[in-house]
Design a protein around this ligand. Structure first.
Ligand code: UFG
Length: 329
């Protein structure tokens, strides 16, 4: 199938684009490279370097013909930034997705997999989180992703779009062959930060909150390997039917605390990794982990990486071999 991958030069998008190529699909990556990396684009894929706001290029890309599906990753994703710049988030995430959907409708493309997030649940009433729980985001980033889910659901009814929203928990790790991984600037995420400490690029990691009502006082998250995310996207795309909206949590079902994570990184890297308690980070829910049973039964998906040490090992391999990320090629 010919597939457009928006944001296909970014962290999750690039791993999914590669998985699509591996499965024999024809891939066109659509990315403006503001946050994405040219070097992350698979050599078998074609790159269209453009913004989704550029309607002429978007239209011309679909007009080149043959597209059967879209994987949509392009989005702004920094929670703290979204609080400061909500309109920029609505513009880039919601408005640009509407542009994409209109163009898909025009060109008769009716299969979409959307990169959604557990942030759409806000602070969940209980864990593990199931898909039927209340979605009540606590920041603009989460609001924009939820608004897009609504647009997809309504489009499924109105013009036969077949759409699957995958609500990821914490995307983590790197390609098993060490050639692709996470490279954000600035880097807000725990695993890369902890590994930068192990590499001596930072003195210590701050643990944002050690007084949460969790088993060791630090926040609990569900770290899902990026290649497991890629396999979920592939299954979702290949099984998608027109006119049907589906949504699945994508997580392991296992909660890992900030302290657990740092301990795993110490054991993988052999470095001490000094860690210091720090105040809570605003907007952090204490505990988020998935109940992944719906995606197991609905798509037959199961994560390969269920041990946090193995996830950290792949990330460590990537960061060690690419200390400047894609900057070093
Ligand atoms: N953390 C630290 N120190 C750091 C960085 C992070 O203690 O230097 C903690 C955070 O407070 C949090 C945990 O590590 O408790 C994980 O933080 P990340 O920033 O790695 O990930 P988040 O859980 O904040 O973010 C993820 C996704 C977002 C999504 C959010 C939903 O990256 O896109 O989950 O809550 F919105």
């Amino acid at each position: 199938m010919k597939v457009l991958v928006t944001g296909g030069a970014g962290y999750v998008g690039s791993h999914c684009a590669r998985a699509l190529c591996d499965a024999g699909h024809e891939v066109v990556v659509y990315d403006d490279l503001r946050a994405g990396h040219r070097a992350a684009v698979d050599a078998r894929a074609t790159l269209v370097e453009a913004d989704l706001a550029d309607s002429a290029t978007l239209n011309a890309t679909f007009a080149s013909g043959g597209f059967e599906g879209v994987m949509h990753f392009a989005a702004s994703l920094d929670v703290a930034e979204s609080v400061r710049l909500p309109l920029a988030y609505y513009e880039n995430n919601v408005v640009n997705t509407i542009r994409l959907l209109r163009t898909m409708e025009q060109h008769g493309v009716r299969r979409l997999v959307f990169s959604s997030t557990c942030a759409t649940y806000g602070v969940p009433e209980s864990v593990p989180i199931t898909e039927g729980m209340l979605q009540d985001p606590i920041n603009p980033y989460g609001h924009t992703k939820l608004a897009i889910e609504w647009a997809l659901r309504d489009s499924a009814t109105a013009w036969d779009l077949g759409a699957c929203a995958l609500r990821y928990f914490n995307a983590a790790g790197a390609a098993a062959d060490g050639t692709m991984g996470e490279d954000h600037d600035p880097e807000p995420h725990l695993i890369p930060i902890v590994l930068q400490v192990a590499m001596g690029r930072r003195d210590k990691v701050f643990m944002f909150g050690v007084d949460y009502p969790t088993r060791d006082g630090t926040c609990v998250r569900d770290y899902i390997h990026v290649e497991d995310l890629a396999s979920a996207h592939l299954l979702a795309l290949e099984s998608q039917k027109p006119g049907v909206f589906r949504r699945f949590n994508v997580g392991t079902g296992r909660g890992t605390s900030v302290k657990d994570l740092i301990d795993a990184a110490r054991s993988v890297t052999g470095h001490a990794i000094p860690a210091e308690p720090a105040p809570r980070r605003p907007g952090d829910p204490p505990e988020l982990y998935a109940d992944p049973s719906e995606i197991a039964s609905g798509l037959g998906w199961k994560p390969k990486y269920t041990d946090i040490r193995e996830v950290v090992e792949t990330a460590w391999e990537w960061h060690r071999s690419h200390p400047q990320g894609y900057g070093e090629g």
